[in-house]
Design a protein around this ligand. Structure first.
Ligand SMILES: Cc1ncc(COP(=O)(O)O)c(C=O)c1O
Length: 400
């Protein structure tokens, strides 16, 4: 059996005949992740850090191990990882937790997912903070000059996605980090789309904060994390305090813990954290060489095939594109949701259609108000699946 076939056997939905091209929305879940979650409930179901019996002790050890693995995965330290529900919650934690002063400014971009855009609009409205928005060219590519112009001595935070969920473009995070730090600002990286596809080292990226979601990197839903540099932890207020966050409580005061748990109020998603650790084990077993090679090869096949079809409009860079894993496009005379429904009906092929939670980008940069179709791939996809996809979009075009 080839390596690719044995990998595909790890994913039940692939064995059920689905062609899954919606990985940027959520990835498939390998059986080892599902097994780890059910093992927790079947064998170690205790709360964490809250008692002395063996189930709670074991659950605490597994939870701690999950934090260590997540930290190691991005070359951070164990006490720099806050588990939360998803990338959206991680970004909101930061937006709510920074001590904003009137007159501060935040720099974000027009390419962001709503989860890294809307929270900053709210901060602007609540705290009289200015929001500055770096705009890319029509292909969604940035000129560093735009960031240089936007970042000033009053910039508190610069934030950007590493990989665009609509265009698959990779933003120059390291260079943006240098520009931010030169002005004394912090950098938050939204890594929801990069974590499944690129090895990440937070020191190399130069970021102060990084947000990620487990379900986009083979893990379960309901678990994500915020990396927060150790030395900045006391500058940020937790989102929720109460059980699990407390060093001491008296009648009229409380002291929060000095550890990372101060940010994780209430019982955490223990099974989710264990599932995320199993997903990281799986990615590490497959290896970045294999993942990056497959990603590059598959997205090149997809892009080349789409470019050959004159009835297709591709969004994002067309010449020498270095897309990560996905292509957004439209078919002449056929609306995106119709294309997605037909791909499902005719070929059991799952793609995303619409604005991909990135309305500022689709409205003001791509001029695609009805949205686009997005095919997003991962290492378990096959070139044959892409060929089948082309046959169906040819048929859709001919008959629309
Ligand atoms: C770039 C980017 N950021 C943030 C998010 C939000 O992720 P979640 O819904 O898991 O919080 C997504 C989800 O698609 C995304 O693509």
């Amino acid at each position: 059996m080839s390596e690719q076939n044995s990998i595909r056997d790890d994913f039940t939905l692939i064995k059920k005949g689905y062609t899954y091209f919606d990985n940027a929305a959520t990835s498939l879940t390998p059986v080892s992740v599902i097994q780890r979650i059910s093992d927790y409930y079947n064998c170690h179901n205790g709360n964490v850090s809250r008692g002395a019996h063996q189930l709670t002790r074991n659950a605490s050890l597994y939870y701690q191990d999950a934090r260590q693995k997540t930290a190691r995965f991005i070359d951070a330290k164990e006490d720099e990882i806050i588990f939360c529900r998803n990338a959206t919650e991680a970004i909101n934690l930061l937006a709510q937790g920074i001590d904003w002063k009137a007159g501060d400014n935040i720099v974000t971009t027009l390419v962001e997912h709503h989860s890294n855009y809307v929270p900053w609009l709210r901060v602007r409205d609540r705290h009289q903070v200015e929001l500055r928005i770096a705009q890319p060219n029509r292909e969604g590519v940035f000129d560093l000059g735009d960031f240089k112009k936007a970042i000033s001595d009053r910039t508190k935070l610069v934030t950007t996605g590493q990989v665009s969920n609509v265009l698959g473009t990779v933003n120059p995070v390291r260079e943006i980090a240098d520009l931010a730090h030169n002005k004394g600002a912090w950098l938050l990286v939204d890594a929801a789309q990069s974590l499944p596809h690129l090895p990440i080292d937070v020191d190399d990226l130069g970021c102060d904060f990084l947000a990620g979601s487990g379900h986009k990197m083979l893990g379960p839903t309901g678990i994500g994390f915020l990396f927060i540099k150790k030395e900045l932890q006391y500058s940020i207020q937790p989102l929720a305090i109460g059980g699990g966050t407390i060093h001491d409580v008296a009648r009229d005061r409380y002291d929060l813990l000095n550890s990372i748990e101060r940010f994780e109020g209430g019982t955490p998603h223990i099974a989710g954290a264990l599932g995320l650790a199993a997903a990281i084990d799986y990615i590490e077993k497959i290896g970045w060489d294999f993942i990056c090679k497959k990603d590059t090869q598959l997205v090149a096949n997809l892009e080349e095939g789409l470019k050959k079809r004159d009835y297709v409009t591709i969004y994002g860079p067309v010449e020498n594109s270095k897309r990560v894993s996905l292509v957004s496009f439209n078919i002449e005379n056929c609306r995106p949701h119709r294309v997605a429904s037909l791909l499902d009906e005719m070929g059991k092929i799952m793609v995303r259609s619409g604005h991909h939670c990135a309305l500022p980008l689709t409205k003001y940069v791509l001029n695609a108000t009805a949205g686009t179709v997005r095919a997003s791939l991962y290492f378990y996809n096959l070139s044959d699946e892409i060929e089948h996809f082309f046959d169906i979009i040819d048929f859709i075009h001919t008959n629309s």
